[in-house]
Write a protein that binds this ligand. Structure first.
Ligand code: HEC
Length: 144
C-alpha cells in the first residue's frame, strides 16, 4: 500500500514538473511544435529552406498578403495547437524575434482572425512567399 502511494506521488510530481508554470505558454508551444525546424532562437536553417524569423518577421506586416501569410503558412496553420494558442504564439513570435520591424499600431492577431485564416489554406506557400518578398523588395526591404 505504501509502495503504491509512493509511486502515485512520484507520478504526480513528474506530471507537475512537466506541466510546470511554463506549460501551454507561447514559448513552450514554440519549443514543442516549431523549434525543431525553426531553431530555439528562430534562426531557422536557411540552407535547408527554413528561413530565419529574426529581424524579418515584422516586415511581412508591411505588404499585401503578408499578415495572412504568417498564419496560413503550413507550419502555423497545420499544427495541432488551438486557434487561441496559435494567435498567442504568432503575437509572441513577432514580439520575440522581430520587435523592431513590426509597424506601429499593428493589431495583435485574435483567435477569430487566426481561425478564419487557418480555414483558408495556401495552395502554394513558397510561391506566395516569393510574391511577398518581391513586394518588400520594391519597398527597399531585402529579406532572403
Ligand atoms: C517541418 C518543418 C517546420 C515546422 C515544424 C514549422 N515550420 Fe514554419 N516554416 C517552415 C518552412 C520550410 C518555412 C518557409 C515557408 C515554406 O516554404 O513553407 C516556414 C515558414 C514559417 C513562417 C513564415 C516565415 C517566413 O519567412 O517565411 C512562419 C511565421 C512559421 N513558419 C511559423 C511556424 C510556427 C509558428 C510553427 C510551429 C507551430 C512552425 N512554423 C513549424 C518549416 C517548418
Amino acid at each position: 500500500m505504501q509502495r503504491i502511494l509512493a509511486l502515485a506521488l512520484l507520478g504526480l510530481m513528474a506530471s507537475q514538473a512537466w506541466a510546470g508554470p511554463d506549460a501551454g505558454s507561447p514559448r513552450m508551444n514554440y519549443m514543442l511544435h516549431c523549434s525543431g525546424c525553426h531553431g530555439q532562437d528562430g534562426s531557422g536553417s536557411p540552407s535547408s529552406g527554413v528561413p530565419s524569423m529574426r529581424g524579418t518577421l515584422g516586415h511581412f506586416l508591411k505588404v499585401k498578403d503578408g499578415r495572412e501569410f504568417l498564419i496560413q503558412v503550413p507550419g502555423t496553420s497545420q499544427s495541432s495547437l488551438s486557434h487561441r494558442d496559435t494567435a498567442e504564439l504568432a503575437n509572441w513570435l513577432l514580439k520575440t524575434f522581430s520587435p523592431l520591424e513590426v509597424p506601429a499600431d499593428t493589431p495583435s492577431y485574435s483567435t477569430e482572425e487566426v481561425a478564419r485564416l487557418r480555414n483558408d489554406p495556401l495552395a502554394d506557400a513558397p510561391g506566395r512567399r516569393g510574391e511577398i518578398v518581391q513586394r518588400l523588395k520594391e519597398q527597399g526591404i531585402a529579406i532572403d
